[in-house]
Design a protein around this ligand. Structure first.
Ligand code: TXE
Length: 496
């Protein structure tokens, strides 16, 4: 199979799309020469085929990452690691339009949102570039006869498995902290969205990273993903995806070499609106909280709780707002919501919608397909819901939310916390005391006040409860990719 193909997007014209596996800074075919098709979710048509990594390719990629970790990459100074990451960010910036277009084509997100993602990718890489020469240990005074210090060392060969909802951004969140701390990587992208990372791979070589530092493979979870999680020469695995697969990965790590594990998993986040909130602003944030990225956000504000005094007014205004969201062609600058990622996700979401209707919830708006081609679903709001309904308990990962009326603060905090997940939450109120009290009492890794989905590479992000283990972003993410070594040295002199 050729290792590149010429593709076109409506905004870039023709470009060269790599389709091979990126191992050791080279493009190669898979050993078994397998390929799989990549589907455009807006049209349901095949975009191209890419190489599929199997266990044998995983072995080759891990060996390349190991060789680099033990060899050339180890000799690179922290300052140089930072310089390489800055260079990578600069190249990405120059190619913003291409990267965004490929992301829209492959994932279906609107071109404006895709450009936002690329901006966030660049910001994230620069942030971690700056950390490369600021990784420090401590000297610890234990005894006058001893000199003891700690070193913050890289973990080694890191496997990183990412999902399809933010293909490039998840890629950056993972590689930034891992590379600045001196690890090497085998990255497996999601089978639904391999294309942008493959374009990015060329920039890795162009930036000057030594061979084997960052290997990027396309492939399926059950094959390449499983091989990485159970690999005996992978030192750490970082995963973003479903809670179900998070458990599988932890089990594989436990029954192989006890590789370190960090997980960023699902959510069913409560978005709480008090009577005193600025209703107009809040409607915008609630709308953005659930419908941004077509509801395909692990932190989506999918359980909305509204205090009784403004409930009726809220429902009417929110319904009107949701119906104004432009759903359609991702390459139209006015589009807010594109298609869901795949037929499978479309079916899963429609199934939840049917469950909600059957269970007796009121579908205030949406609840059906948009158009007749592509995986588009209309923004959907359910009211008259009860806590036992599936649509209240399970992550739907689509443009579907529930709205529940509440009376008191205690009641809504208990309801908000009534979930196996704990990724994010939000509070809308003009009262500072309410904002702080409720934020403190919600069991979630991130709480937004009077806003939603406002992530920053400077702020730690991750889950309480079954939403994950470890924190991504911010200084906190460095801990995912370093391990402490204690060196304790006896100074010359008698033993006792
Ligand atoms: O996720 P999977 P899917 C949630 C969301 C969604 C559901 C299913 O609720 O509806 O998951 O989506 C790789 N060993 N999230 O099926 O399967 C897979 O190849 C190793 C939340 O797409 O978890 C892909 O790269 N890896 C989420 C990645 O895991 C395996 C984002 C995610 O796929 C594997 C996406 C295996 N056995 C979905 N099986 C978030 N937290 O943002 C699959 N994979």
């Amino acid at each position: 199979m050729p290792l590149t193909t010429t593709l076109k997007t409506p905004v870039t014209g023709p470009y060269e799309q790599p389709t091979g596996l990126f191992i050791n800074n080279e493009w190669v075919e898979g050993v078994d020469k397998k390929t799989f098709e990549v589907i455009n979710p807006s049209t349901e048509e095949v975009i191209c085929s890419v190489s599929e990594a199997t266990e044998k390719d995983v072995d080759i990629a891990v060996a390349a990452a190991r060789k680099s970790f033990e060899g050339e990459w180890r000799k690179v100074t922290p300052q140089e690691r930072g310089r390489l990451l800055y260079k990578l960010a600069d190249i990405a910036e120059k190619n913003t339009d291409l990267l965004a277009a490929v992301e829209s084509l492959d994932n279906g997100k609107s071109i404006t949102m895709a450009k936002g993602d690329v901006g966030a990718v660049i910001g994230c890489l620069r942030y971690y570039a700056g950390y490369a020469d600021k990784i420090e240990g401590k000297t610890i005074d234990t005894n006058p006869d001893t000199f003891a210090y700690t070193r913050s060392e890289p973990i080694g060969v890191c496997a990183q498995i990412i999902p399809w909802n933010f293909p490039l951004l998840m890629f950056a969140w993972k590689i930034g902290p891992a590379l600045c701390t001196g690890n090497t990587i085998v990255m497996k992208t999601a089978e639904q969205t391999p294309l942008s990372a493959l374009v990015f791979a060329n920039f890795v070589k162009e930036a000057g990273f030594p061979a084997g530092v960052l290997n990027i493979i396309s492939g399926f979870g059950k094959v390449a993903g499983a091989a990485l999680s159970s690999h005996m020469d992978v030192d750490k695995i970082a995963f973003t995806g479903s809670t179900l697969i998070g458990r599988t990965i932890m089990k594989a790590a436990a029954s192989s070499n006890l590789k370190k594990v960090t997980l960023e998993l699902g959510g069913k986040s409560p978005n709480i609106v008090f009577d005193d909130a600025d209703i107009e602003q809040t409607i915008s944030w609630v709308n953005f909280g659930i419908y941004f990225n077509h509801g395909q956000c692990c932190c989506a504000g999918s359980r909305i709780y509204v205090q009784e005094g403004i409930y009726d007014k809220f429902i009417a205004a929110f319904k009107k707002r949701a119906e104004q969201n432009t759903v359609g062609d991702p390459f139209d600058n006015n589009t807010f919501q594109g298609p869901q990622i795949s037929q499978l996700q479309y079916d899963r979401i429609m199934h939840y919608i049917e469950e909600g209707k059957k269970a007796g919830a009121t579908c205030e708006t949406g609840g059906e397909r948009h158009g007749d081609k592509g995986y588009f679903i209309k923004p959907t709001i359910f009211s008259d819901v009860t806590p036992d309904m599936k649509i209240m308990q399970e992550e739907i990962f689509g443009p579907v939310c529930t709205v529940t009326k509440f009376k008191t603060e205690d009641e809504v905090v208990a309801a908000g916390n009534d979930s196996t997940y704990g990724l994010a939450a939000a509070v809308h109120t003009r009262d500072l005391n309410t904002a702080i009290r409720v934020s403190n009492n919600l069991r979630a890794g991130t709480v937004w006040v009077n806003q939603y989905n406002m992530l920053s590479h400077q702020l730690p992000f991750g889950g309480y409860k079954e939403s994950g283990i470890g924190r991504e972003l911010g200084e906190a993410a460095l801990a995912n990719y370093t391990q402490n070594k204690t060196v304790s040295m006896r100074l010359a002199g008698p033993l006792f």
